[in-house]
Design a protein around this ligand. Structure first.
Ligand SMILES: [Zn+2]
Length: 148
């Protein structure tokens, strides 16, 4: 894999947003009932996600010839997925709440980052070659919240 010049900028932004998430997660939730409901929903989603997302990722990777190192499931509040420089793909368990074409779009987006660690033209061209409707999927995804 060749790493483009933008990488450090890209990773810096990633670092910032994961810190933001950490900070947010440390804020206490006042209502214990709400907290319990959230924990329960998280558990259900994690179970569903475990049985689906790693297999769906593997399916698309095989179909389009991508090699990733592993699949991690997350419940970040701010992002649907990410791809690290060590080729680990992280997918948000909240993807189990969105329609399948949008879920697939996120998977294809992260797979394309294995070849382009940025959002360059070349990156989007690669996404488009696997998902012709990626623009509309990206837009529709904004109507959903990755947090639980
Ligand atoms: Zn991206």
């Amino acid at each position: 894999m060749s790493v483009p010049k933008h990488t450090s900028d890209f990773l810096a932004k990633r670092f910032l947003s994961s810190n933001r998430k950490m900070i947010r997660e440390k804020l206490p939730i006042k209502d214990p009932k709400e907290q319990r409901a959230r924990d329960y929903q998280k558990k259900i989603l994690m179970k569903k996600a475990r049985e689906y997302l790693p297999y769906r990722l593997e399916y698309h990777a095989k179909l389009y010839g991508y090699n990733y190192s592993k699949c991690r499931l997350t419940h970040a509040n701010t992002r649907w997925g990410s791809c690290s420089s060590n080729r680990t793909i992280s997918l948000n368990i909240g993807l189990m709440k969105v329609p399948e074409p949008l879920r697939d779009y996120v998977i294809l987006h992260e797979l394309a980052h294995l070849n382009h660690m940025d959002h360059s033209r070349a990156f989007w061209a690669e996404v488009a070659s696997h998902d012709k409707n990626y623009r509309s999927h990206e837009k529709k995804l904004k109507m959903f919240n990755p947090g639980i």
